[in-house]
Design a protein around this ligand. Sequence first.
Ligand SMILES: C[S@@+](CC[C@H](N)C(=O)[O-])C[C@H]1O[C@@H](n2cnc3c(N)ncnc32)[C@H](O)[C@@H]1O
Length: 416
Amino acid sequence: MNLNQAAQAIGVSAVTLKRWLISGKVADVGRDRNNWRVFTAADIERIKQYASNSQETPKLAETGASDKPQSSDYSVASFFTGIGGFDIGFEAAGFSISMQCEVEPFCQSLLRKHWPSVPLHPDITKLQNGDIPQSDVWVGGFPCQDLSLARMGKRDGLRGSKSGLFYEFARLVREGKPRVILLENVAGLLSSHGGKDFGIVLSTLAELGYSVGWRTFNSKHFGVPQSRQRVYIVGCRGDGRGPGEILFESERGEGHSAKGRPHGKESAPSFQEVIGDPSGEGPVIQALAYCLYATSARHTGTDWSRNYVCYPKSGKVRRLVPSECEGVMAFPKGWTIPTKTTLSADDLDSARYHALGNAVTPPVAEWLALRIRQYLESRDFPEASQKFNASLYTFKNDGLGQLALSFGNNDLETIP
Ligand SMILES: C[S@@+](CC[C@H](N)C(=O)[O-])C[C@H]1O[C@@H](n2cnc3c(N)ncnc32)[C@H](O)[C@@H]1O
């Protein structure tokens, strides 16, 4: 049983159960080879015993998420799922995954491995609203090929066949109308076609009845050993305060830094820790990995990742191996190894590099998922969520301002 299933069996929220385990109130359980907790029947009985003897009254967890019974738990539908970076984060925040949609066969094989019981749809262009279970939140990192600055040359933006799949997502939102939407893309979205593409994304969601906000986050501020800046767009159906409450902290943020991750969760390993040293020579690397891209597997002029491991004594230099890229993306080790494959070793490595370079880092996804959960609970259980309702509108988005300036596009700041 995984954490969510165990929480349901015990009758508490996943957040509460995790807090009990991490604080040592109940002895921790075993792990599978991906380092996920596995609960046996004996563990469930033991923790149920604790729950029934516990004097602890439900209260806000350290993260601010309330102890809502699992029976009314929240669900998320995952679009452009890739290898499930959003899905890992949302599950860790106590959401259940209602469905996934991904076209790439290699990614599909990993999704089937990690979420065998979640319905998987192969193509958003064929997806109909009837295929999507009722879900509180819809998430998706729509393809970035036509927006990314890592692709040198002309960018087709939302007119491109890949990034234009945003319109397919919007087609489904028109009827599905989830409470919250979370989109992710490369920062190039902000500058594509002089900011017009970004304006289209925002105004499309606004026309569909959503209040929209956005913020850029760098994964390095969430304990991830990589500088990876992405733009995150949040839409809340008919709720003007929602996006600001989700995206901006009223006070100093907890983030996911090694010391300050919510509910004491284990932090991601450092860059040094994810680098193997088969020769025993002691490689030299920089403190933080450069951003991984889907193109990082190739030695081409568009390879911006520049992540090399140097061995000064022997003078050797090598690229990161896929398992190291998993570490640099803060995915569980071995996450991108399929159960079975017909790919050659080289092609398998390329597929793993490509999928990882496209992915969302799970710690950022988890932080956002917790904020969305707090937001939903603040609307559903207002009496329990005063902490989250604090005024959140004093935050100045310095990061976005600087980013817009660095792309030479001041107009961005005038987009509603
Ligand atoms: C930027 S990646 C998203 C990665 C994901 N967030 C993750 O954490 O792995 C975009 C994904 O959209 C997928 N995609 C492209 N065309 C699609 C389509 N027609 N239907 C569904 N997914 C599609 C790509 O294969 C790719 O995995």
